[in-house]
Structure formats: C-alpha cells, structure tokens
Ligand binder design. Structure first.
Ligand SMILES: C[S@@+](CC[C@H](N)C(=O)[O-])C[C@H]1O[C@@H](n2cnc3c(N)ncnc32)[C@H](O)[C@@H]1O
Length: 225
C-alpha cells in the first residue's frame, strides 16, 4: 500500500468522528453525563446496515469492503491516532461516504456509544495478543469485550474473528464457546489473491506472504437453544 497524500483537516472531517467519552488520551470526566448512542442513520445519511471494525490498523479491510459494498456502512475504531489518520486519508481520497473512523478505545465505544442490537457485523482482525502480564490490561478480547460485541449485534448479526496466533485463537474461541448466543459458523473458504492488495487486511497480507497459518472463526448471534 502506497503512502496516501496529505489531506487538510476539512477534507478529512467527514471521515473522522470524535468520541470524547471513549478517548484513549483523555480519561472520562467522572461527573460527565453518559454520551448519547450514535445515530447511524444521521451519521451515514441512510438506513443501510452498519458493520464495525475494531482495530483497523492501516485500513485495508475498511477501504476495500466499503468500496465493494456501497449499500452497507462501515464504522472503524482504532486506538492509535496515526493509523486513524492513515486509513481516513485513504477513505477520503476515494471519497467513500459509507466509511467513517474514530480514534478511540473500542471497548469504551461499544459500551458507551453503540445502541444495543444496532450492528449487523463486527470484525476483529489480528488483535494484538499481549501475553505479558504487564500488558494484560491492553488485551482487547476479554470476556467483557465478547459480551459487548454480543450486545451491540442485531439478532442474526455476525462476529468475524481472525488471528495468526494459535494459542490466542484457542483462548478467544474458548471464551466465545461459553456464550450460548454465539453460534459458530463453518469457516469461509480461503481463496488465492487475485492481485497484490487482494487480502482481508494488511496483517493478513503480510502473514500469508510469509506462509504463516491463519485461524478464522465466524459467529452468528442467535437465541440460545
Ligand atoms: C495487530 S494490529 C491489526 C491491524 C489490522 N486489523 C490488520 O489486520 O491489519 C491490531 C490493531 O488493533 C488496534 N487496537 C488495539 N487495541 C485497541 C482498542 N482497545 N481499540 C481500538 N483499537 C485497538 C491497534 O492499535 C492495532 O492497530
């Protein structure tokens, strides 16, 4: 992926959303009122289904999927500002009205800003495993995070999870197996790339080129049987 050209703040503004109560840089004010849930129809200007990507990095998935599916809306959450800027620039250069980004902690966004049952799909691709004890608080995929994903998904909505770390994959799938509303779906077929950017994400591109194994699991939100 080539480095995108620098855009002005005004050019980027339609693709970047400020969510102060989920800021990774400012702790929430103790007495601040709870923020209102995001109004997807107002944000995107239509009632198309909304998909969320958590930790979009350089944004390959957001850009390619928003280009391929103009009838769906994509909301990306990324905790690192420079990646938000990078991906928002790529989205703005293509003028994709159905993709927006926030620089925020996804755990706080899901609990504070996303209306329960309002999301069609949640994508979590190659989250950092953070095994070291001193980094554990940065771990994304905790049981609480899994519960938040379940809450924001609409009935029939899907969680898509991919990792290159076998132990982490097993730990996450074990966590999800304990939640009866998550019904594991058969894995999607892996197809050979048709061009150099025909990968799910930037990390998938890197790891598949290195020949590393990749583990995938999709879950549909269903009523428990
Ligand atoms: C290993 S990278 C994968 C990036 C991208 N999904 C890909 O596959 O190319 C993990 C990303 O998740 C982001 N991240 C980690 N914790 C997060 C959180 N709590 N909220 C939002 N993003 C987070 C990191 O900043 C990083 O960009």
């Amino acid at each position: 992926m080539r480095k995108p050209r620098r855009l002005t703040a005004d050019e980027l503004a339609p693709y970047q959303l400020d969510l102060p109560a989920a800021s990774p840089h400012r702790p929430p004010e103790p007495d601040a009122p709870a923020p209102e849930f995001l109004d997807w129809a107002a944000l995107f200007g239509n009632n198309h289904p909304v998909e969320i990507e958590v930790g979009f990095g350089k944004g390959l998935f957001l850009v390619s999927t928003a280009s391929a599916h103009p009838d769906r809306n994509y909301f990306g959450i990324e905790i690192v500002r420079k990646y938000q800027l990078y991906a928002a620039t790529r989205i703005a250069v293509r003028g994709l009205p159905n993709a927006k980004t926030a620089c925020a902690n996804a755990k706080a966004v899901l609990t504070r800003y996303v209306r329960p049952g309002s999301v069609a799909d949640v994508h979590v691709y190659f989250p950092d495993p953070w095994w070291k004890t001193r980094h554990k608080k940065r771990l994304l995929f905790t049981p609480e995070f899994a519960a938040s994903v379940l809450t924001v998904l609409a009935p029939g909505g899907t969680l898509h999870f991919v990792s290159d770390v076998a132990d982490y994959f097993e730990w996450v799938t074990g966590t999800l197996a304990a939640i009866p509303q998550f019904h594991r779906l058969p894995p999607p077929p892996e197809k050979p790339p048709e061009h150099d950017m025909d990968y799910l994400t930037n990390f998938e591109r890197k790891f598949r080129k290195e020949g590393r194994p990749i583990y995938r699991a999709d879950y549909e939100k269903r009523d428990p049987v």
